[in-house]
Design a protein around this ligand. Structure first.
Ligand code: SAH
Length: 214
């Protein structure tokens, strides 16, 4: 795929910015340095692709800020062969970053227009993620259990079904709380019945909504 020098230079610079903000994982920094964020942006905004900011992608949704994508991916502590479920495909940028980390990726989106557009885009760009149109609160039973679950929308209510789809020893990274006070949590399944929670500070996300939107 042709990739202009301008974007390559900006992408390298973004990696430096994320390092300066505390991202340390070499797998994550390499993925951010490889994924062409400009392909996942609203095409009228591509000049802003390497600003460390969230931008609108249509349907009232946003492409997450690169720092947020890097931080959440770092919290997943990936080695490269995990089965990962992402809730909220959105633009597909986070999905592509997970593919670059060599995981097998399953991603669910509740908005039909975004699902149609993004699943085709990911395929056309060569990312072999498994995409599904549906409500992330229900997870993806047929493909469970997962080593990791990544929720990319702010959740006011703990999605219990997702916890049951985690492997023992696996964990879920989820922005949790009310919209005015979301905290990044990592919830580890330590046994069939027990979970342990760690907190990683405040964050902001569009809300996780119930049901699907055709
Ligand atoms: N990972 C995306 C983030 C997009 S914003 C990116 O990097 O672009 C969050 C996304 O979660 C939106 O696309 C929204 O439609 C989706 N979403 C919200 N609630 C959902 C649910 N219950 N199930 C699946 N997707 C959901």
């Amino acid at each position: 795929m042709a990739d202009s020098y301008k974007f390559i230079a900006r992408r390298r610079n973004l990696v430096k910015v994320l390092e300066s903000k505390g991202i340390r994982s070499s797998i994550v920094l390499k993925a951010i340095g490889d994924v062409p964020r400009e392909k996942f942006m609203n095409q009228t905004l591509i000049e802003l692709s390497y600003d460390d900011k969230a931008y609108p992608i249509g349907a009232g949704q946003t492409i997450s800020q690169p720092y947020t994508v890097a931080k959440q991916t770092e919290l997943l502590d990936l080695r490269g062969d995990e089965k990962v479920l992402e809730i909220g495909t959105g633009s597909g940028y986070q999905t592509a970053v997970l593919c670059h980390c060599r995981c097998s990726v399953y991603s669910i989106e509740r908005q039909k227009t975004l699902y149609d557009k993004t699943s085709k885009l990911l395929y056309d760009l060569g990312y072999r993620a498994n995409c599904m149109f549906g409500d992330g609160f229900a997870g993806w039973k047929e493909n469970a259990p997962f080593d990791r679950i990544l929720v990319t929308a702010g959740c006011a209510e703990m999605p219990k079904e997702l916890l049951t789809q985690l492997k023992v020893g696996g964990f879920m990274v989820i922005p949790f709380g009310t919209n005015s006070q979301l905290k990044m949590l990592r919830i580890k399944r330590v046994s069939e019945t027990d979970f342990e929670k760690e907190e990683f500070g405040e964050c902001s996300f569009v809300p996780m909504l119930k049901g699907v939107e055709e």
